[in-house]
Design a protein around this ligand. Sequence first.
Ligand code: PEP
Ligand code: MG
Length: 333
Amino acid sequence: KYSQLYRARRRVAETKDKFRVTLKANVAMVSGLDEILHLGAQGVGLFRSEYLFMGRDNLPEEREQMESYRELIDTMAGRPVTIRTIDVGGDKLLSAEARKRNYFSSAEKEDNPALGLRAIRFTLANPNLFITQIRAILRAASGADVRIMLPMISSLQEIREAKRYIELAKTQLREEKLEFNEFVPVGIMIELPAAVICAEELLAEADFASLGTNDLIQYTLGVDRGNPSVAPLYDECHPAVLRLIRAAVKAAQKQNKPISICGEMGGRREMVPFFLGLGINELSMVPMQIPIVKEMIRSLKRSSCQRLTLKLVKSRDSGEVRKLLEQFTEKGV
Ligand code: PEP
Ligand code: MG
């Protein structure tokens, strides 16, 4: 079965009624990525750059970072690459030694790390680290299709501040006469309920959005994504989650800005009809899921998914959502 899917890599991800979806890979490493091309990835939709910084005491300087981003960009051979700026804090920590050596403003221990100084908050509190990363990305992006994505955005203020640092990095590079890409789009992750509610305003100042469903579920349902004792409550079929996703997609459509999914939900075969029903045309996922999601897309008609989605968002609980999704896929459309 798997080799069959594997052979399918050259086929397009398109529904029976010709709605085309771009399938990209989520990655955390820059080497050994040839496999994702074999699986049919049309780009990297989420590069989790924080992994370049974790598990070491000396953080990578601009040149080392630049070489890593270059390696990633070269592997993708012209396909688009979205680099998310450092998303540390919460459960993803820099080494204690690295924090000490760099005098980072970050509490040694936070009582509520998921609500603490993580992601964009951490980088805006440590501008030198942020500017160095941006410089490395902009330089590596020269002549390539690279996008910058900001994690955990909750307000317009954060987007504006981040963009000011990006402009500052460009000014520096220009003055130093270094080669870089002037036109790197800057997008946001929508992974907080606040970002969904204010998505229209946020997207007016961002070039694109990607839904981080892992965190969106955690913060919407108030359930720690890594705590096994509440794992049964971490429910991606909760109507609140589906309605927030729909609201974010509507806001993006209204602002005429691209929106994709890059949380684990994006690679879930069962959820494909819901995303198609909303009109989402880009999904980024763990590479192994790409052939599976592609086959699912090819088996469906978008028009029937649209009817299903109207019912899904009106469901009263996740049980109803699951039942509708099961019935729908059993019917084989
Ligand atoms: C997410 O939150 O859905 C996401 C894609 O980012 P991460 O899992 O790295 O927090
Ligand atoms: Mg996240």
